[in-house]
Ligand binder design. Structure first.
Ligand code: PMP
Length: 393
């Protein structure tokens, strides 16, 4: 039956991980995958998560089914976090999702059902799964210009021009903060321009928010999302708590769709629920219960914000230490690393240099030059600096 099935290409990032695992060199460093690690190189368990987890276990609640759209307390807490009072809660249809990826999948299927002829635009470059998810949902996916390699930043003029010429109704996937893979974000003034063209051209924005709090603060990183909602724009927000709660495998995310009014939100929610029901029926219980408990308890929430700030500060320290170390090693022109946000950095290294990093120095990053700076730590930093200095001189 499957005689004609073709072998699918390997996922490039997972392929790199396999290569890393097979590498016998003792001092190998993996800067390929998108996972935050603490100063000792471990994926942290946040204190607020540990405490909420212990409370939940002590409570001995059974693991029954959740409603199709998830835990109500969780959905409401997410809506508060994402929108605050920028939009009336009853205008937003929220479903708990299987991570940020699950939220993107549900909105992609819903949009394809309701507006099959719309085009979809993603940033050039973008997180690879953006293209894959929307293509698989049946859309033609094209790119808007974003990364400006020469100027090491965002080419916002080209981006706005591309959005200006998009057909009304085009779906535009935007990175709310901590752009993956480049690390370059829009400034508040850039966001105003993007918002204006979204309104003018009647585009449908999806703000992908996988790193709220990793750039500046929960508040500042959520500003663009709240501005879009306050402007009355119909759009969607896909939230992931994988990184911000260090709950990668629990698959905790949410899809929020901002609608014209409460009636429309009710109709949209009913359709989202059909998609969920026919895809995985209902979401898992545990991770969302942890996040809901933390977000709704003022002390726990303050604890989370402080731990999130700790992760953010550690990444920034590593960025600064990397640039200082490279400069001290005689390599110049690395300041762009500290202008970027989040876990990733477009280093500017070429594919040949990335291969040399891997083959000659056992330092693993993507051939695009993307490094996960959230995997740097005081133990591997010098090795990475020496390796980058060697391949770039
Ligand atoms: N969007 C972006 C931009 C991401 O970087 C990621 C995670 N790599 C996701 C969505 C998906 O996150 P999750 O692991 O929660 O599915």
């Amino acid at each position: 039956i499957f005689a004609t099935v073709q072998r699918a290409p390997r996922d490039p990032i997972l392929g790199l991980t396999e290569q890393f695992v097979a590498d016998q060199r003792e001092h190998k460093v993996n800067l390929g995958v998108g996972v935050y690690q603490d100063a000792s190189g471990k994926v942290p368990v946040l204190e607020c998560v540990r405490a909420a987890d212990a409370d939940l276990s002590a409570g001995g609640k059974p693991y029954g089914y959740l409603p199709i759209d998830g835990l109500a307390a969780y959905d409401n807490a997410v809506a508060d976090l994402v929108f605050d009072d920028s939009v009336e809660r009853d205008r937003v249809a929220v479903v708990q999702s299987l991570g940020g990826t699950g939220a993107l999948k549900v909105i992609a299927d819903f949009l394809h059902q309701t507006r099959p002829d719309a085009g979809v635009l993603i940033s050039a470059p973008s997180w690879e799964n953006h293209r894959a998810i929307f293509t698989r949902a049946g859309f033609e996916v094209a790119e808007y210009p974003y990364y400006d390699a020469d100027r090491r930043g965002v080419d916002v003029d080209a981006m706005v021009a591309a959005l200006q010429s998009a057909e009304p109704g085009t779906v535009v996937v935007l990175h709310a903060c901590c752009h993956n893979p480049t690390g370059y974000d829009l400034s508040p003034a850039d966001w105003e321009r993007v918002l204006a063209v979204v309104v003018e051209r009647d585009l449908f924005p999806i703000l992908d928010m996988a790193y709220q709090g990793f750039a500046t603060s929960l508040e500042a990183d959520g500003a663009a999302v709240r501005a879009f909602a306050a402007a009355g724009i119909n759009g969607a927000v896909t939230t992931s708590f994988s990184k911000t709660f260090s709950l990668y495998g629990e698959r905790v995310g949410a899809l929020s769709v901002v609608c014209a009014d409460a009636d429309e939100a009710g109709r949209v929610l009913s359709q989202l629920k059909i998609i969920v029901r026919t895809t995985y029926s209902n979401p898992p219980t545990h991770g969302a219960a942890i996040v809901a408990a933390v977000l709704t308890d003022p002390a726990q929430r303050a604890g989370w914000e402080s731990e999130l700030g700790g992760m953010r500060d550690r990444i920034k320290q590593m960025r600064t230490a990397l640039v200082d170390g490279l400069t001290a090693a005689g390599a110049t022109g690395w300041e762009h690393i500290t202008a970027q946000n989040g876990m990733f950095s477009y280093s500017g290294l070429t594919a040949e240099q990335m291969i040399a990093l891997r083959e000659e120095h056992a330092v693993y990053g993507l051939d695009s030059g993307r490094l996960c700076v959230a995997a740097l730590n005081p133990t591997n930093l010098d090795r990475v600096i020496t390796a980058i200095a060697a391949v770039s001189n």
